[in-house]
Design a protein around this ligand. Structure first.
Ligand code: F58
Length: 834
């Protein structure tokens, strides 16, 4: 059974001891019958795949629920300290494959489904539930990797989030550029969630604080829990992701108004409640948008904290007298970024106003409970709420935040007068602009958490040296680093079964799936011709599959022997997709200038880009349009046919990642140094044997150290040079590379259509332009690309580098990261179901 791995198109791949062999059980079915069934599934109303998916999912769900109840009861009985991970986003991705894989049941489902001509990987389109993240930042997917590791490591830990009805959106490439279409995923029945009508908490907004400091009045909504089971790998432990949905209470429906014909106003509160979980990341450019986001954040925090307190009390009951000071010995709360930071004043409020604790006691409990992870070093990107908005929506919390600030100020005045001049920047409330006083949520997190961590070594150093430098001298031990990791289950074992099989075969164990450090053993065989051949074989089949997919989606045909050069991530100025496409334009120009003979010896490339973007980001939209326009010219130019292809693939998400990552050979992580705190997709690509072209930024730095500088195509300015380079530019001292100017000129000349790219190109001009330093980094970028071309021309060298890339990822498992959090921040121990 263990030799069965499933490939995308219903092909079962069997790898016998002596090498690789591909068998296709479906080939026994006469071709016409197979194509009839295929036709039937695709175009008929009789949706075999839907029925197959729900049958399989419900079946596995029953098993999950059993394990999940057992895990819950086990935790309840042993009452270990438990971690609660608060995140506004999760990007769970397809759950069926993950559940079957984690429970080691894949073969038992693969064959029966094949009898109905169904494959689990083809269920991706149906298994949509739980892409609750925006796929813009990696913060949401990181949270999902952490849940997988928490379950796998048998840690007593849970996740809390919101049950959004819509994710970001679907994309459609149009003549004009890119169009977004809404996507609704929870309105359809999902097999992965259980509505918990027995778990409901009130959440208040607005109102006022009365004479006895109680929060009264306003409107009260209800938070209803939906539980999603999260299975661990080869363990019975199944933990929970609890998602909250906002509802109005039945009594808030005004029946008499309704019967008077005032239908909308009768159900006003119900409509407002519906808005809270309507979409993830609602636009916050308007006051209304800001208000909605603040409501979302508070809703998550309030419901989760109330739930945590109930559980804490339940587990204490019947065990004799207890103290609130024990709370942090039983509860750790991790804040995933600043979004859930209102949990801090909420816990203070619940402890003081509902449980009757004094300030000092409540503050002691709170500061021993929370830890905060920072995912962004740019001060302008950190959450700041207008004070009037916060005072209006959450008056009691505003009082508590002021109380925290006042006490911090008094403490500094009493103990650290030397820091007095820095105080204004350290306080939570920022009043320096009388027209826009704000609440700085990152400062709230730092003041109130026992630990603050960055997610890569470089970022954690920047946090200590810059963003939070003022606090370091007060709390030198508060700041830690926890380099990000990814789950090897989803991102290698289930994503790339072919390569996984080769790895297991050569390491003679599959223990690397839970102990990624073993991957470093591949270094011993990196020169072995047999391994190299199997490695290439496994990767080539993924390339062919992606080429087929690209052809079906975009109509662009690419040869699988080209170098697959990929940049898939959020489309944003700071990720520098524009640098990539300018590089492509340069390549196109050079290819055009070459003789046919010279071209034959150039490295053929297939350049692919994809990613979501903020619908209001016009700069990003122009970049996508440019990629499509360049593609339209290049892909139809017979001179470069077979040498260069360029495509933008819409709707990049976790399931598309499954096709893209195993097939990529070069992945671009080319942010201006200091902009990407870590990046996790760089790790995903490297783990699958893809090489990286990248800057000295985030996790790139650590990957490069592991893989060796000769196997990592690094270029560009270093983070500490960036401010000086920007200054030089402002002073007119920047001399652009002529190749950079040529590439821009080609666009301006209309070589790629008549669309007016002036705003995009002008952003790179002038003394105050090009803040992301594309001009500066362009020449070293081209040098690095030339090194890539050379390396690819030597297939043996390339495949060795690819093997070393996988081997170098031994330290980047989220199991390692989560184990470090457990030991060094949460202080929790394993609690395995017998
Ligand atoms: C991402 N941040 C980082 N959201 O950009 C990425 O480098 C890192 O790998 C990942 O977190 C996981 O640590 C992210 O997803 C943000 O940075 C938010 C942007 C809006 C303000 C609050 C932070």
């Amino acid at each position: 059974d263990d030799d069965v791995v499933e490939d995308e198109e219903g092909v079962v791949v069997v790898y016998p001891e002596y090498g690789l062999e591909v068998r296709n059980p479906l080939s026994e079915t006469p071709k016409e019958i197979y194509s009839n069934i295929y036709y039937y599934q695709r175009f008929s109303a009789f949706r075999m795949d839907t029925q197959g998916f729900f049958a399989a999912a419900r079946h596995i769900r029953d098993r999950l629920i059993k394990q999940w109840n057992e895990t819950f009861l086990h935790f309840h009985k042993l009452d270990p300290k438990q971690t609660y991970y608060l995140s506004m986003e999760y990007v769970q991705g397809a759950a069926l494959l993950n559940a079957l894989g984690n429970l080691n049941l894949l073969p038992r489902y693969v064959y029966p489904l094949l009898r109905f001509h169904l494959t689990i990987t083809n269920f991706d389109q149906l298994d949509k539930y739980g892409e609750l993240g925006n796929e813009n930042g990696g913060l949401g997917r990181l949270a999902s990797c952490f849940l997988d590791s928490m379950a796998t490591l048998n840690l007593p830990a849970w996740g809390y989030g919101l049950r959004y009805r819509s994710g970001l959106f679907k994309q459609r490439v149009t003549e004009q550029g890119l169009e977004e279409i809404g996507e609704d995923w929870v309105d359809k029945f999902s097999p992965w969630e259980v509505a918990r009508h027995d778990v409901v908490f009130p959440v208040r907004f607005y109102g006022a604080v009365d004479g006895s400091r109680k929060w009264v009045g306003g409107e009260v909504l209800q938070a209803l829990a939906y539980d999603v089971p999260i299975p661990g790998y080869k363990t019975k432990n199944t933990i929970s992701l609890r998602l909250w949905e906002a509802r109005a209470r039945a009594q808030d429906f005004n029946l008499s108004q309704f019967n008077d014909g005032q239908h909308e106003s009768a159900a006003q509160l119900h409509s407002r409640a519906r808005l809270i979980c309507a979409v993830l990341c609602p636009g916050d450019a308007t006051e209304k948008g800001k208000l909605l986001r603040l409501k979302q954040q508070y809703f998550l925090c309030s419901a989760s904290l109330q739930d945590i307190i109930v559980r804490f009390k339940e587990r204490r009951s019947g065990k004799g007298p207890w103290q609130w000071s024990e709370f942090p010995c039983k509860v750790a709360v991790q804040l995933n970024g600043t979004h859930p930071s209102l949990a801090i004043p909420e816990l203070m409020r619940l402890l003081m106003d509902d449980e009757g604790l004094g300030w000092d006691e409540a503050w002691d409990v709170t500061t021993r409970t929370f830890a905060y992870t920072n995912h962004n070093v740019l001060p302008e990107a950190l959450d700041k709420w207008p004070q009037p908005l916060m005072s209006n929506l959450l008056p009691r919390h505003m009082e508590i935040i002021r109380g925290i600030d006042d006490r911090f100020l008094a403490m500094i005045n009493a103990t650290r007068p030397d820091l007095h001049h820095k105080l204004a920047a350290m306080l939570i409330l920022d009043d320096h602009d009388p027209h826009n006083p704000v609440v700085r949520m990152a400062n709230l997190c730092v003041l109130s958490s026992h630990t603050v961590n960055g997610v890569s070594r470089m970022q954690s150093e920047i946090l200590k040296a810059e963003l939070f430098a003022n606090y370091v001298c007060i709390w030198p031990t508060k700041f830690q680093n926890k380099t990000n990791g990814i789950t090897p289950r989803r991102w290698l074992r289930f994503l790339n079964p072919g390569l996984s099989y080769v790895i297991t075969k050569w390491l003679k164990t599959d223990k690397w799936i839970t102990n990624l450090e073993l991957l470093s053993g591949l270094r011993n065989f990196a020169d072995n011709a047999d391994l190299q051949q199997e490695w290439q074989f496994a990767r080539m089949s993924c390339k062919k599959r992606l080429a087929r997919y690209i052809y079906c989606e975009t109509g662009v045909y690419t040869d699988a022997y080209c170098l697959f050069d990929v940049q898939v991530k959020q489309i944003h100025e700071c990720k520098r997709q524009l640098l990539n496409i300018l590089g492509v334009i340069h390549r196109y120009k050079i290819l055009k200038e070459m003789s046919a003979y010279q071209r034959k010896h150039a490295t053929p490339r297939f350049v692919m880009m994809g990613g979501k973007l903020c619908p209001t980001d016009t700069h990003a939209k122009q970049i996508v349009k440019l990629v499509n326009d360049v593609g339209a010219v290049v892909n139809n130019d017979p001179d470069v046919n077979g040498h260069l292809k360029v495509v933008f693939v819409p709707n990049y998400n976790v399931s598309l990642a499954r096709k893209v990552i195993p097939a990529s050979e070069l992945s671009q992580h080319i942010t201006t140094a200091g902009m990407e705190v870590s990046g996790t997709s760089n790790i995903k690509f490297a783990l699958n044997g893809c090489l990286i072209i990248g800057t000295y930024d985030g996790a790139n730095v650590e990957i490069r150290e592991e893989i060796g500088e000769e196997n990592f195509f690094v270029f560009g300015a270093r983070a500490d040079q960036v401010p000086r380079l920007r200054k030089e530019r402002e002073n007119g001292m920047f001399k652009p590379d002529p190749r950079f100017e040529e590439a821009k000129q080609l666009i301006r000349s209309g070589a790629f259509g008549n669309y007016d790219y002036t705003p995009l190109l002008d952003s790179l001009e002038g003394n105050s332009g090009d803040v992301f330093l594309l001009g500066h980094d362009f020449s070293t970028y081209l040098d690095a690309q030339a090194r890539v071309d050379d390396a690819y021309m030597d297939p043996k060298r390339w495949v060795k580098m690819s093997i070393l890339s996988t081997a170098a990822c031994s330290n980047f498992s989220s199991d390692r990261t989560v184990a470090q959090y457990a030991k060094e921040i949460w202080n929790i121990q394993q609690c395995r179901l017998p």
